[in-house]
Write a protein of this length. Structure first.
Lengths: 363, 292, 327
């Protein structure tokens, strides 16, 4: 087991830069997820950790060992690939035995380790099958089995459950998290699915265009996104963004839009006062931080455009005055009809303000 | 592939079509098999029987073809008097040797070409394949000069090398296609599992083994059936079956019985091998462009 | 740097750090790059094959160029003559005739092989005995061309050849064998090529037909197309790239192999079947005019390489990418 330190790491593919000046430290035994859309550099990062790609600049340390020049086989890692990468001509047992065989372990130990892993992954009955005879979920379990029999210092998972169906994915999320806690091995888990990252990881590194945007706990990332891009990327349905002006009225700051004027909490006002560069800002608020009621009242006036009942929740598209639109997540009992007038209330303790110019969060 | 055919409906036209297809297939079957059959039967015919024909136009006497007492004396003659056992062995050794060399060197090179990106790769690749496309007659003279300089004329080693001129580029070209189809992730998994890069290469060999086996056979087939190289480069000590058979054609005395027998001896093993790799035949004969 | 938690309450843009569409971007360059470890691994894997290939292709090529500038007689003396061999070729009727005959021969072979081969594929596709039949049809392809030439020489023989007897009985031919007459000799050698190689076209076409998207055929049928229209509108465009590859491969083979022609006619009668490679063989191996032979060989090589370039283009065209996807 080991901590992982990524220091000023760059990855070039010819002239294109996949990873720029990356710094991440993950602690021993920690579950770190690298999250981002495709092409953000997350897979390149993982492959550099595995030793499958040359590190163009910077250093990677496992514990105190600099691993830049170590071959994959010498890094004591185990990796699970997006497409499983099982040896098609070998049985499940032989697939799992392979890393141990290559290290010259005894048959007894191999048997013991495989029995342990197979039991944990519930694939004991599949050991004599070949990958072709397995379902996607079973292949994926085999690939994980091959990784855990090694008892490596570090797990590297590259979108391992991206190709499973939604139900199985949900189940695997729980199982993987449990497995990592049980084994206590440091894990770096690459995914484009924020649900996976949020639900499993101790900390999440959000990447975009090769640049680390934010590194923090899931709560941190969700509640305190450092910039507009992170705020928009994390959270489903995505955050609403509305441009508004900050106006000082009688010593109190207000967010002013053509359809509302809402006072800022004192704490937020204090934070904003020193930092504000321009009176125009971008307000961000998540759909579940807005409450909605039918009819006009004291609050933000709007008009219902569309309602989408999802069973557990109902999504309501509301037109504000001006060209803006907000999405509201409310309870399933909501009974507004199209074109009805409605009133919105913002949870001002949890909204966000971003610089209109840079997108950096004020708080 | 259970129902790959689009549903068809019966119409008067389709009935005529069906009858027509049966006739066409029957005719094509005859066209394909007749020369082979005549070769086969003639190899068992006495010289006189082999030269017997019905009078022109007498279609009713066509049965004359089967009117003979089978004899195996041509085969006996081939192997006992004409030294065909040596030629047969030469064929096996030189074709097999070149096939194995081509596929071993070829798979290493093809693997590297498949996995390694570098500048000028398309040009290198084209150069490789153009050596295969070169007309045999065009390169025969310079090769003869080189081989004579190296004292390789009439030796099996020389012939193996000569066959390698067309088998090696073929093997590289076609095996690259095979390696391209093996996901790189499997080697990566193997390297992470703890193997060296060369061990990782060996780890994926079983995946392409059926293809490699088939192309060993196809290389044997190409070399076995070659005539020009083996008659010029192999002349003397390393004559293979096709030039040996052709040599039975002598101005005064064409030994048709023995020629037909030699034809059977040369052709049958290849037909058997062709059958064996039937699945890879299209891929092989189209240089990998078409897969079945 | 990036805020790593709620502790840093307000984070504004630092100097030198820029934001695009709300996301942090980095515009500076790394201070230094790590050295790339030299990797000769792949080079070592390629080396043996490339060395063998170079020895048997580059050297002969330059040898050909060198020789084409010499006058080599029957004796040992060799004389440098510059481009004289090529200039002589320009006014050599047999040389030009060789090219014309080569293209004529290739054209006839292609025409009949494609027509019969595609038709055979249409008939066989989905046939109950498709697999057995195609396996039987493939048999001539396994035969050495030299042997095929001999067998057909026997069949065409004017005194005891069964095919000659058949032609005579049908009133197609007289006493002279098909390969003995200047009018029919070309037909004779084309016939053998058809016999051996039509099945390849069939095989390739069949492989193409299996790839024709079923939904396209069905949609067209629902739109009211007949089977024939379906073939022309959907199947043919789909197998076109396959056919193109087949044509080019056969074309190049006609350049490469002369075994059948050598056995049947040797270029005769009256040189009506003396295609260029046969002429080249005569010049080099019968008259031993190695200088002139090298010049001819070079022209043949260059045309082949141009064809090869075209072929590779077809291989790599989007149309044949479609071929691979089916796999």
């Amino acid at each position: 087991m080991a901590s992982v330190t990524i220091t000023n790491v760059w990855k070039y593919y010819g002239k294109t830069v996949a990873v720029k000046d990356l710094n991440i430290t993950c602690n021993d035994g920690e579950f770190v997820s690298v999250l981002g859309p495709s092409g953000c550099g997350k897979s390149s990062t993982l492959r550099m950790l595995a030793g499958l790609e040359h590190i163009s600049a910077g250093d990677i340390h496992f514990g105190d060992t600099r691993v830049n020049d170590l071959e994959p086989k010498d890094r004591d890692i185990a990796m699970v690939f997006e497409n499983y990468a099982l040896y098609p001509h070998k049985t499940v047992y032989e697939n799992m035995a392979n890393p141990l065989r290559l290290r010259g372990e005894s048959e007894d130990l191999i048997k013991k380790r495989i029995a342990f892993a197979a039991e944990m992954l519930e694939i004991e009955h599949l050991l004599q099958r070949k990958p072709m005879e397995l379902s996607g979920g079973q292949k994926q379990r085999t690939a994980i089995g091959r990784a855990i029999v090694r008892e490596p210092k570090l797990f590297l998972f590259d979108e391992p459950i991206a190709h499973l169906d939604a139900k199985l994915r949900a189940r695997m999320r729980g199982e993987l998290k449990l497995m990592q806690r049980r084994l206590g091995t440091t894990m770096i888990y690459v995914t484009h699915d924020q649900l996976e990252a949020m639900s499993m990881a101790d900390r999440i590194a959000v990447m975009h265009n090769g640049v680390l945007q934010q590194f923090g706990t899931p709560q941190d990332i969700y509640n305190h996104p450092v910039n507009e891009w992170v705020a928009g990327f994390v959270g489903e349905p995505p955050m609403n963004f509305i441009d508004c002006d900050i106006v000082d009225e009688g010593g109190k700051l207000h967010a002013v839009h053509s359809s509302f004027k809402v006072a800022l909490t004192e704490g937020h006002a204090k934070l904003l006062n020193g930092a504000l560069r321009d009176k125009s800002v971008r307000m961000g608020i998540r759909p579940d931080q807005i409450s909605i009621s039918v009819g006009s009242g004291s609050g933000v006036d709007g008009r219902i455009k569309l309602t989408e009942p999802l069973g557990g929740d109902t999504l309501v598209n509301v037109d504000l005055k001006g060209a803006d639109q907000v999405l509201v997540k409310t309870n399933p009992d909501f009974s507004g009809a199209m074109d009805q007038a409605c009133t919105l209330t913002f949870d001002t303790s949890r909204w966000h303000f971003f610089s209109k110019e840079t997108g950096v969060a004020y708080f | 592939m259970a129902s790959r055919d689009v549903v068809a409906y019966k119409t008067p036209l389709s009935r005529i079509w069906n009858i027509f297809t049966v006739v066409f297939i029957a005719f094509y079957l005859l066209w394909t098999l007749l020369p082979l059959m005549i070769m086969f039967f003639s190899s068992f015919k006495d010289l006189l029987a082999a030269f017997q024909l019905p009078p022109v136009g007498a279609f009713s006497k066509i049965g004359l073809f089967f009117d003979f007492t089978p004899t195996t004396k041509h085969y006996y003659n081939l192997f006992v008097n004409l030294g065909f056992s040596t030629y047969f062995a030469n064929s096996i050794i030189s074709a097999g040797g070149s096939a194995i060399i081509s596929v071993v060197l070829g798979s290493m090179c093809a693997y590297a070409l498949s996995r390694y990106e570098f500048r000028g790769k398309p040009d290198l690749f084209f150069w490789i394949i153009s050596t295969r496309m070169a007309p045999v007659v065009a390169v025969l003279v310079p090769l003869y000069a080189i081989f004579r300089g190296a004292d390789l004329i009439g030796t099996k080693a020389g012939l193996i090398l000569a066959f390698t001129t067309f088998n090696l580029p073929f093997a590289i070209w076609i095996l690259k296609g095979f390696f391209d189809n093996v996901p790189y992730a499997i080697e990566e998994a193997s390297m992470v599992d703890g193997s060296t890069r060369f061990q990782a290469f060996r780890a994926i060999l079983p995946l392409v083994a059926p293809g490699i086996g088939a192309f060993v056979i196809l290389c044997i087939l190409f070399a076995w059936n070659d005539f020009l190289f083996s008659s010029i480069i192999g002349s003397g000590g390393a004559k293979t079956l096709p030039p040996a058979t052709v040599q039975l054609v002598q101005p005064q005395n064409i030994q048709w019985g023995s020629i037909m027998a030699a034809g059977v001896v040369t052709t049958l093993p290849m037909m058997f091998l062709g059958l064996l790799i039937r699945r890879y035949l299209v891929t092989g004969l189209t240089m990998g462009a078409v897969r079945e | 740097m990036v805020s790593t938690g709620s502790g840093n309450a307000v984070s504004t843009a630092h100097d030198g750090e820029r934001y695009v569409e709300g996301a942090r971007v980095i515009e500076h360059m790394p201070a230094s790059l790590n050295a790339v470890p030299p990797s000769r691994y792949y080079l070592w894997l390629m080396a043996p094959a490339l060395i063998v290939l170079a020895a048997i292709s580059i050297y002969p090529f330059f040898w050909l160029i060198w020789m084409s500038l010499q006058n080599v007689g029957a004796g040992p003396e060799v004389e440098f003559v510059g481009l004289k061999n090529f200039i002589k070729l320009w006014s050599d009727d047999k040389f030009w005739m060789g090219w014309i005959l080569l293209f004529k021969y290739s054209f006839f072979c292609m025409f009949f092989e494609i027509t019969i081969g595609v038709f055979l594929a249409v008939v066989l596709n989905g046939h109950r005995f498709e697999n057995i039949l195609i396996t039987i049809f493939l048999m001539p392809m396994m035969m050495a061309p030299a042997i095929a030439g001999l067998v057909w020489y026997y069949l065409f023989n004017s005194t005891f050849g069964w095919y000659h007897w058949l032609f005579q009985s049908l009133g197609i031919l007289g006493e002279t064998s098909i390969i003995g007459s200047t009018e029919t000799a070309m037909a004779g050698i084309v016939m053998v090529d058809i016999w051996q190689w039509t099945p390849l076209i069939t095989l390739i076409t069949l492989a193409g037909m299996k790839r024709v998207p079923r939904d396209q055929l069905e949609a067209n049928m629902v739109d009211g197309a007949s089977a024939i229209r379906n073939f022309i509108a959907i199947t043919l465009p789909n197998i076109y790239p396959f056919l193109l590859i087949a044509i080019m491969l056969r074309f190049m083979d006609n350049f490469r192999f002369i075994d059948v022609i050598m056995r049947l006619t040797g270029g005769g009668p009256a040189e009506v079947t003396k295609v260029l490679p046969v002429y080249l063989f005569d010049v080099s191996f019968v008259y031993f005019k190695l200088g002139r032979g090298s010049a001819i060989a070079l022209t043949l090589l260059i045309v082949t390489i141009i064809f090869g370039k075209l072929l590779v283009k077809v291989f790599e065209s989007p149309a044949s990418k479609r071929i691979d996807q089916g796999n």
